[in-house]
Write a protein that binds this ligand. Sequence first.
Ligand SMILES: [Zn+2]
Length: 153
Amino acid sequence: MPSENPAKKDSYPLVCYACGALNRVPQGAALSDGKCGKCSKPLATRKPIDIDSAIFERLLTHDKGRYVIDIWAPWCGPCRMMAPSYEQAAEALADHIRLFKLNSDTHQDVSARLGIRGIPTLIAYQGGREIAKQAGAQTGDGLMQWIRAALKP
Ligand SMILES: [Zn+2]
């Protein structure tokens, strides 16, 4: 038999939010069960994860998984209004979709690059591509439905 690694075909690269290392994850595997091969942090958590522009750059360049980023700022009322719903969504979706937050005050380079005009802005990514983008706060079921509709399995 020719030597072939079938696992490789059915896996995809996922960037660790903590150290930026690339991990290969089997399709359909629960992310919250996996750990980073480099830093041993879980691949996903049940809470939104704050990331910086360096990690976001790694995600945009290398990550083929499903994730959402919330561009927000501490002074923004609608951002704070959406935060509890975003936390609930992270809790519910952690096995397959990672929810990130990026502070637009401390990482203005990212806001400029993405052409963010108002916050909060949510952007959903899958397979290395931007799938959906939404400006303005969403809460409760509306937020969950938006994420599920954007990032189908
Ligand atoms: Zn890591």
